[in-house]
Write a protein that binds this ligand. Structure first.
Ligand code: OFO
Length: 169
C-alpha cells in the first residue's frame, strides 16, 4: 500500500499535469486565432504529452493500491501579446513542473518508497527534455525571429512535430 503523503502528492501532480494540458490547450486556441497552424500543431502534441503524463501517474497510483482523487483544474491564461510571450510562459511553466517533480521525488525518498523513486525518475528525465525543447524554440524566437517572414518559417518547422505515446516508467 502506498504511503498517504505520497498518495496525496501524486494526486497533486496529476492535477498539475492536467492543468498543463489545459494551459497548452489555451495556447492552441491562441495560435488558431493567430492562424499559425504549425505552432498550433506543436501545442497539440504538447497537450497530448501532458495528458499521457497525467495518465501515467493516474495508473501508477491505482496499480500501487492508492486512491485517485481528481481536483478542480485552475483556469488558464487566455491571451498573449506574441508567440514569444507564449513560449516564455511555456518555459516558466515547465521550470515550475520540474520543481514539482523534484519535490515529489523528495517525498518518495522521505517515505523510503524506492519503487516510486525509480518510477518518478522517468518524469525527471522527461522534464530535462521538455525544458530543452522549449528553450530551443524560445532561442529561435529571441535571436532570429524579429520579422514576420521568420515567424512564417518557424511555423512550418513547428508543423513537423508529431506525437509518439511515451513509454512511462
Ligand atoms: Fe508534464 O511535462 Fe510539461 O508540464
Amino acid at each position: 500500500m502506498i504511503n498517504g503523503k505520497l498518495e496525496e502528492a501524486i494526486n497533486e501532480q496529476i492535477n498539475a499535469e492536467l492543468f498543463a494540458e489545459y494551459f497548452y490547450l489555451s495556447m492552441y486556441a491562441y495560435f488558431e486565432r493567430m492562424n499559425l497552424q504549425g505552432f498550433k500543431n506543436w501545442m497539440n502534441v504538447q497537450m497530448q504529452e501532458e495528458h499521457a503524463h497525467a495518465m501515467g501517474l493516474f495508473e501508477y497510483l491505482q496499480n500501487r493500491g492508492g486512491k485517485v482523487v481528481l481536483e478542480q483544474i485552475e483556469k488558464p491564461k487566455t491571451d498573449w501579446s506574441s508567440p514569444k510571450e507564449v513560449f516564455e510562459d511555456v518555459q516558466k511553466h515547465e521550470q515550475l513542473v520540474t520543481s514539482k517533480i523534484n519535490a515529489l521525488m523528495d517525498i518518495a525518498e522521505e517515505v523510503h518508497d524506492r519503487a516510486a523513486v525509480s518510477f518518478l525518475d522517468w518524469y525527471l528525465k522527461e522534464q530535462v527534455e521538455e525544458e530543452l525543447n522549449v528553450g530551443n524554440v524560445l532561442k529561435t524566437l529571441n535571436l532570429i525571429c524579429d520579422d514576420k517572414q521568420c515567424l512564417y518559417m518557424l511555423d512550418k518547422e513547428m508543423a513537423a512535430r508529431t506525437f509518439t505515446a511515451p513509454q512511462i516508467g
